[in-house]
Design a protein. Sequence first.
Length: 488
Amino acid sequence: MAKFFIERPVFAIVLSIIITLAGLIAAFNLPIARYPQITPPQINVNATYQGANAEVVEQTVAQVVEQQVNGVEGMVSMQSTSSDSGTYALNVKFELGKDADTASVQTQNRVSQINAALPDSVTASGVTTQKATSDMSYVFSLWSPKGTYDSTFLKNYGSIYIVEDIKRVKGVGSVSEFGADFAMRIWLQPDKMARLKLTPADVYNAIQAQNIQAPAGTIGKMPAPPSQEFQYAAQVKGRLTEQTEFENIIIRAQSDGSFIRLKDVAKVELGARDYNFSTTTEGQNAVAFAIMLTSDANALETINGVREVIEKASRQFPADMEYKTLVDNTKFVQESMDEVVKTLVEALLLVLLVVFIFLQNWRATLITMLAIPVSLVGTFGAFLALGFSINTLTLFAMVLAIGLVVDDAIVVIEAVEYHMRYSGLKPREATEKAMSEVSGPVIAIAFVLAAVFIPVAFLGGMVGVLYKQFALTVAVSMGLSAIVALSL
């Protein structure tokens, strides 16, 4: 192989260029994350049964859903929680390596078959199935430093003017909002209802019947008499929007012609949909938003896009409203990448110094300097083929590999320089003689290191994923180092 490249130097140069370009292209397309994907995919199923306690939710919702979901393809286990606030949450874990999108679709197909068996209130509020993403890459809060706005206002402002734009940023998987929407709260007064012999169901049915969006049809639509010249689309009052409109909902008509209205048996006010969240920033009212990324997202690029959206929206914030970053995991990734670059520069300078001092030849020094980045950058191309991401673990392996990939090129260059200086051979002859001597050791070193690292990649489970990414990163970089050293 050595003689092949000696006789074709242009081919050797082109090969190194191709390796470098492949690595650069892959690096710009690889997902960037803090950690590799080591947790098995999880799917969450959520439902709400307003007014029910934990026992009722367990009997009417949990049993129905879990009986249907149990046994979905690739499922490992599931865990559910029913609360006295009427909420139900089911977490389904799948085998490691299972595609999360496929698992979500399969779970949703199972859940959609049981809508008829669930209470009407549950189906009306919706049963949601979504991929679980526990890694919050970025969390920020909207807050009012002087306490001008309450949490409900802040949450709704963020949902309308910020969250919708954030969801359109490439790489954003979902946005969790730790707050409640505005809602018309109906606070029933049991003593008045008992005196008038009313039940909560009477109130609920009255609201459902009178708070609707009804189609009114069209006046003058064909067929119509020849004298009909105009056609009108009828518009009628739809859903109720004001507090007074809800207060005047008729619950029951009395025999004397009077009406029992909602305001007679309940207190009506505009408030929050629920009060499960309480968020403060520096002691003032606030609401938090957490951004979760897709599995193939470039964390740095995505979070930068999120920051731009928030910063743009902040220019139009009303007075006494600000945003504050609470969690930013990309800082850790950025620091790791900066350290890798710093270590690479230090290694290059060290190699430059050592090689030039001992060999006193700038050409030999240049070839050694070129071999290091070619081997490291080319490793990113293997990441794309192996399904790896750029994360702290693979970057740590790259730092370790920097110290290893230096050796192969130095061994070859020193051997060539030795024969040129002490054997009096011309460059081509010295190269041929040196390569015949060191090709075997260089290849042997690469195979020995591969034999050390590659078997570790076959370990299973979550720990196996960590070992696999670390071991193969080192093994690939060493393999490329040997190829570059023997060709370039």
